[in-house]
Design a binder for this molecule. Structure first.
Ligand SMILES: *[C@@H]1O[C@H](CO)[C@@H](O)[C@H](O)[C@H]1NC(C)=O
Ligand SMILES: *[C@@H]1O[C@H](CO)[C@@H](O)[C@H](O)[C@H]1NC(C)=O
Ligand SMILES: *[C@@H]1O[C@H](CO)[C@@H](O)[C@H](O)[C@H]1NC(C)=O
Ligand SMILES: *[C@@H]1O[C@H](CO)[C@@H](O)[C@H](O)[C@H]1NC(C)=O
Length: 460
């Protein structure tokens, strides 16, 4: 059977995805509390999916399991609650949980059709923060289909066709049909997440299909974001001399030749390096008149304070550039997206910096500084960016807390679109994300912590 047909079938069964999720359970639907032997197989399968891609010794183990099952035709749908025990984790940058916690409570939905298992839902959180009482939507969302209500059919067709477009657009290949099915269910859940983010956005942003649409939130966070930024230790940079001029109503360094093309960090949490090279590129241009594309790989390999693809801090990177004796160009020391042995040579450095400074947390002052002095390295909470397509993003503050900073980027300009003030932000996820690689974020409300960690190199 063509994967699309298979997937289409599956999709009708997706949880949360079904618009009918708020429907009450149909009368006569039966559910049982099960004795554990019957849950062993589906629970083991869910665990296996949970542990996918993890090295031996880092896999979670199954604790207590309870659950229910619904049967329809040849299928059984298991709804499980399981505790998972994570092994001790010594590297806080890769731990799934805060180091002191080790038990997760997970909700799984496993479909068993003639012995073939499929994980349809997975939702895990630390035991102490996760409420144990369930939202009822889980079961009820399946019921229309399992009870042969006609409802979700057109939804599945639509979703299958959107997923197919996605696979074509982003040239995705999956290793197996199982993988494709799993990715499709992740995709469908993500469409629903994107809709929720959309509904709660107060700006003009559009959220939907992006090249990251087949990744779970957890995968996305682990691969692309930067956990070190979250609890940046007391940064030791001096405060910049404030720029006291009134900022011009708008500014864009891209029109002035101070910004290189959008780069792509690949599957590596190296945003911090791109944010810093972007800033130094601008500083060098403004001080020396030449725009050079500078090497992030040098920072991945040679800045030993930071952690290459596992994250880093701009403040450390500036120090490393000074200690090393400068930056080579992108051409001379090109990007590989993984840690290598340092092969920096001081003779090849084309650019140096003399110092680095922390900038004001006042967005008006940041704008004044930017217009006068150049693009600024900032760090933000990346909430919603997995699904951002275009427009000015303005998530509700509680959803995009300034205290959960996890992505470093570059402010290159600002202005208003209609009446909405924005920052123009150079990202490092390639030009096939956002607006040609750029992100637009609301300006003036401390949106997503954009004002919290602004910094720049200084070239004398
Ligand atoms: C779940 O559904 C039952 C019966 O409809 C209801 O009494 C209960 O309050 C619901 N629980 C939640 C968390 O919504
Ligand atoms: C699509 O992916 C395949 C295999 O990963 C690759 O060989 C091919 O060049 C890609 N095509 C495009 C247009 O990116
Ligand atoms: C800035 O740093 C460069 C390279 O280390 C050095 O040659 C230069 O003298 C420094 N400039 C000042 C004013 O300190
Ligand atoms: C931009 O929009 C804000 C909010 O609507 C407004 O206060 C400000 O005056 C506008 N700036 C310009 C230059 O239009």
């Amino acid at each position: 059977m063509a994967p699309w047909l298979q997937l289409l079938l599956l999709l009708g069964l997706l949880p949360a995805a079904a618009p009918a999720s708020s429907k009450p359970p149909a009368a006569g639907a039966q559910a049982w509390e099960l004795a554990s032997p019957e849950l062993r197989e589906p629970a083991r399968f869910a665990l296996e999916m949970y542990n996918r891609g993890r090295a031996a010794g880092t896999r979670a183990a199954l604790g207590a399991v309870r659950g229910r099952v619904r049967r329809a035709g040849r299928g059984s749908l298991y709804s499980l609650k399981a505790t998972l025990v994570e092994p001790p984790c010594n590297d806080p940058t890769v731990c799934q949980l805060p180091v002191s916690k080790k038990t997760l409570l997970c909700s799984f939905e496993v479909l068993d059709e003639l012995g073939k298992h499929m994980l349809l839902r997975r939702d895990c959180g630390p035991v102490d923060t996760k409420t144990t009482d369930d939202k009822n939507e889980t079961f009820s969302s399946f019921l229309p289909l399992l009870n042969k209500d006609p409802l979700p059919q057109d939804f599945s067709v639509k979703m299958a066709s959107i997923f197919k477009d996605f696979v074509t657009t982003y040239n995705r290949t999956y290793d197996s049909q199982e993988e494709a099915s799993w990715r499709m269910s992740v995709f469908a859940n993500n469409m629903v997440r994107a809709q929720k983010i959309q509904a709660l956005d107060r700006g003009t942003a559009q959220y939907g299909v992006t090249k990251f649409s087949d990744l779970t939130e957890e995968e996305f966070r682990t691969i692309y974001l930067n956990p070190l930024l979250k609890d940046a230790p007391g940064r030791n940079m001096r405060l910049a001399q404030p720029v006291t001029d009134v900022p011009p109503p708008q500014w864009d360094w891209r029109n002035k030749g101070a910004v290189t093309d959008v780069k792509d960090q690949g599957m590596c949490g190296s945003c911090w390096a791109f944010s810093v090279t972007g800033n130094v590129e601008g500083q060098w241009f403004l001080k020396r008149g030449t725009l050079l594309s500078l090497s992030e790989q040098e920072l991945l390999d040679c800045d030993k304070t930071d952690k290459a693809c596992l994250g880093g801090l701009p403040s450390n990177a500036y120090s490393a550039i000074r200690t090393l004796g400068g930056l080579e160009t992108e051409d001379d020391y090109s990007y590989r997206g993984h840690l290598q042995t340092c092969s920096f040579s001081a003779e090849d450095a084309k650019v140096y910096i003399n110092d680095s400074v922390e900038l004001s947390k006042n967005e008006q002052k940041l704008a004044a500084w930017l217009a006068k002095k150049g693009p600024i390295s900032v760090a933000i909470n990346a909430f919603g960016m997995q699904f951002y397509r275009h427009g000015i993003s303005h998530p509700l503050r509680p959803l995009c807390s300034p205290w959960l900073i996890d992505h470093a980027v570059l402010l290159v300009g600002y202005g208003n679109r209609s009446a909405t003030p924005f920052w123009a932000i150079k990202n490092s996820w390639g030009t096939n994300w956002g607006e040609e690689g750029y992100y637009y974020l609301h300006r003036g409300s401390g949106a997503c912590g954009v004002n919290i960690m602004a910094s720049s190199a200084v070239i004398n």
